[in-house]
Ligand binder design. Sequence first.
Ligand code: MN3
Length: 195
Amino acid sequence: MSNHYPFVLEELPYGYDALEPVIDRQTVEIHYGKHHRSYVDNLNKILEGVPDLQDKSLEELMNSEVAAVKNNAGGVWNHNFYWQEMKGEGEGTMPVDLGKKIEMEFGSLVEFKALFEKNAIGRFGSGWGWLVEDSEGKLEIMSTANQDNPLSLGKKPLLGIDVWEHAYYLKYQNRRAEYVGNWWKVVNWEWVGKR
Ligand code: MN3
């Protein structure tokens, strides 16, 4: 995958209906095919006229002081991540190392999930809820607004849930909490553990 201009829409790692019933086919079609694609297209359109930025990586562009560059680059990165961290066949097996680390830092998997959900549900307006690792290897739950990303704060995302309404509105309408609660069923823990 090329990590500079022109950016391409990463292939969806499964079919549009693979995340059913947690995330319905139509939501994936629109979220991936329209929203995610727009971030890629908009970023390319902006960079077309700015040769200085054309050799910058997505991560570098996410730190841009130009809001449109930062927002669209973040939109591309965040959605690449979102599709990769999920899978269709139900909640994957938690890798032992990750499970131990979560237990050590949050008490138990149940307590971790409750905190993660509360944080994601409480994000005001559009944004993302995250599990991140800081520079000392400590886990932390946080959220960001819009398409901001923890990388810009020196924290590495391990898990991130899109809580923009477009991620859930067709199926859940205003019931963000229900979407967040169901979302665990499509988390690919093996993938998360590899990070
Ligand atoms: Mn989205």
